[in-house]
Design a protein. Structure first.
Length: 246
């Protein structure tokens, strides 16, 4: 079902598919995998397969029943552009999106190489914000180039978890950049200068910057509850959204 989200940059999650496989270092401690296994143990509907990729056609109509304009994160528990999700199913998801212009949908993928191919002969709905995850230089940065090839109302980059200094980043054509550290018992630390560097290159092209969280490790390098580490980067809160949001 679609549910209210604790993710700072969205309002609701909508999961017409669940389950995934690891493809890069950012996946190592996947929160969705941990949650899916927990939900399966609880007997939650839709998680009988745990974190195996599963399509849920019965969930496709959920946004149609919500009239209030809502910011939806699509497939927080999977990846809509997973190589085993057929084009036909993605098309059904995008049809629902196109039929609900009152909502805005955030679609985030690590399978960025599929984006230009999929949208080569299809339009991306106007109410879609299309994004890729960037966690490091080798796996993450090439995804931005694939994203740039797609015409979307908002193109965004989620730099979470930020695992190293990315160095110079070309954010041309990107409207929104999110940065966050890793949470969980096995979280890897993030350094303030890495996050500030990303902010510098985002602002250089006029992209909105959103600092989501420190996660399990604070700016001082001390491990504690992520709520205690907060969301300030060098004393400031960055809650910027792309200019297309009202």
């Amino acid at each position: 079902m679609s549910t209210e989200s604790k993710i700072e940059w969205t309002e609701q999650t909508w999961n017409p598919a669940t389950g995934c496989q690891k493809v890069s270092p950012g996946c190592k401690h996947c929160y969705a995998e941990v949650m899916a296994k927990r939900l399966r143990a609880m007997g939650a509907n839709g998680y009988e397969n745990g974190f195996e990729l599963t399509l849920h056609p019965g969930r496709l109509g959920q946004p149609l029943r919500r009239k209030k304009p809502t910011l939806y994160f699509v497939n927080s528990m999977s990846d809509l552009f997973h190589e085993d999700i057929p084009n036909e199913f993605i098309e059904q998801v995008l049809e629902v999106i196109a039929c609900t212009p009152q909502h805005t949908y955030q679609i985030l993928t690590k399978r960025a190489q599929r984006l230009p191919e999929y949208f080569a002969d299809r339009a991306c709905p106007a109410n879609v914000w299309l994004g890729v995850t960037v966690e490091d230089r080798s796996y993450g940065l090439p995804r931005i180039d694939h994203l740039r090839e797609v015409s979307a109302t908002v193109r965004f980059v989620s730099v979470e978890p930020l695992l190293e200094d990315l160095g110079p980043v070309d954010f041309n054509g990107i409207h929104w950049v999110i940065v966050g550290g890793e949470s969980g018992s096995q979280a890897r630390p993030m350094r303030a200068e890495w996050a500030e560097s990303v902010r510098y290159y985002a602002k250089a092209v006029g992209a909105a910057y959103f600092f989501k969280q420190w996660g399990a490790w604070g700016a001082d390098g001390v491990r504690r509850a992520k709520q205690s580490n907060g969301r300030k980067l060098n004393g400031a809160v960055y809650d910027e959204y792309p200019m297309h949001v009202s």
